[in-house]
Write a protein that binds this ligand. Structure first.
Ligand code: ATP
Ligand code: ATP
Ligand code: MG
Ligand code: MG
Lengths: 229, 229
């Protein structure tokens, strides 16, 4: 459902070039609970951003479903992201002027097939499962670090996307809260067939994952191909 | 060296009041490696901000050394923070227009007793010990999440403050990098007598700590008094 083909990503730094990813290939089967593990600075967020279509590779191609992302217009990309992808950012990226509830609701607003009542029920449900019902009206700067992270999680899950990209979703959570979030995601993965791709340092995520790939200095260890189980 | 006396902290939320800390008392001996542990939203960052003099309590007093912080003028507080405290924020709070090097150097600029050469040596040293020598010229948005966290750590340590307040300093770090940072802090604690106060979810911090206090729903478990060992 996701394929990354010989992808490299360079950044310009002054007059020099910094290669953050080098010839990365990865095939991810539908319904995977995949963990991308590696040291700080190894390229995990960069890779997730390429898969999530919020950045473009310097070389190589990214495919979501069978479609090559690089061939899409900005509008088509926006549609694809809105309909198929849920993103939990490492820095949360919540909208500061909106409450927790409004932040979770935001990506649902443009989906015409969801009625107003269903939208409210979904937002209530996901705020509840991450333990934030009582904080629904707090704005991001009125929330703790781990609470903001949970709003970002609820926001990504509430749209029931086919693919969830989670960049260190448990980093700011105590172990009990973090476990609750992971069990929720595992449950959604098993009951809905949602594909989860994590960037993580958390060994519990790696244990729950049905597949772990390792990245170091911008290069993937191993072939990146799907193996069975 | 730090004393918190019957401190409460309320936030105004619309027309309601939210009590984030309730009657918290804590005495911290000089040279402690103290961990404050508790669930997401329990009040750890709020307590650290009060100790770090970047917020004021609604009730109660905070003492740094023997001096009551609430009686100081804004200028005196700024001096106290600059000379005695190092703060590693949960959201890093780096200056976006400055490079990693310049961010680490920034709090040292106004200290007249440090020569230009010594300042540069200190910045080089601390960038090196957190593994960021090769990234000295990157700006925060050209760094990974864990790299930004390490810049924030280097910045707090480079001033050799008497008290370091570290709000989840390992949250965005892989286990190897995180261990390196903790060993560095433990070493500084043992050789310089620097007091460390952590807010953390990381069990390794709790294991390394010579004292752990637990907080839940804004209340400290236990008396908060110093016990021996
Ligand atoms: N805009 C940029 N310009 C230059 N270098 C960059 C830029 N963005 C990221 N980098 C570099 O690319 C590398 C990979 O960054 P990335 O954010 O993917 O790491 P990561 O594996 O997610 O790390 P962490 O675990 O710390 O979050 C890092 O070394 C970083 O310094
Ligand atoms: N400005 C504010 N207005 C209202 N409530 C607030 C405000 N700031 C924080 N809070 C609330 O105070 C409580 C404590 O927040 P704090 O940031 O201290 O938690 P924490 O223990 O650091 O959590 P985490 O582990 O998630 O970082 C939270 O429930 C939060 O929602
Ligand atoms: Mg990252
Ligand atoms: Mg906090």
């Amino acid at each position: 459902v996701v394929r990354v083909d010989h992808v490299s990503k360079d950044y310009r730094l002054g007059r020099q070039t910094f290669r953050a990813l080098h010839d990365v290939s990865l095939a991810v089967a539908k319904g995977r609970f995949l963990a991308i593990a590696g040291p700080s600075g190894s390229g995990k967020s960069t890779l997730l951003n390429l898969i999530g279509c919020i950045d473009t590779p310097t070389e190589g191609q990214v495919y979501i479903g069978k479609e090559e992302v690089g061939r899409k217009t900005p509008d088509e990309l926006a549609d694809l992201r809105a309909s198929a992808l849920g993103f939990i950012f490492q820095t949360f990226n919540l909208l500061p002027v909106l409450s927790a509830r409004e932040n979770v609701e935001y990506p649902l607003l443009h989906r015409k097939e969801i009625s107003r009542k269903e939208r409210r029920d979904r937002v209530d449900h996901y705020l509840g499962v991450v333990g934030l019902s009582r904080y629904a009206h707090h704005r991001p700067n009125e929330l703790s670090g781990g609470q903001r992270q949970r709003v970002a999680i609820a926001r990504a899950l509430a749209g029931s996307p086919a693919i969830v990209l989670a960049d260190e979703p448990t980093a700011n959570l105590d172990s009990k809260t973090g476990e609750g979030v992971l069990r929720l995601m595992k449950k959604i993965n098993e009951s809905e067939g949602t594909t989860f791709i994590f960037s993580t340092h958390d060994f519990r995520v790696m244990e729950m994952a049905d597949r772990v790939v390792n990245i170091s200095d911008g290069r993937l260890a191993g072939t990146g191909k799907e193996e069975t189980g």
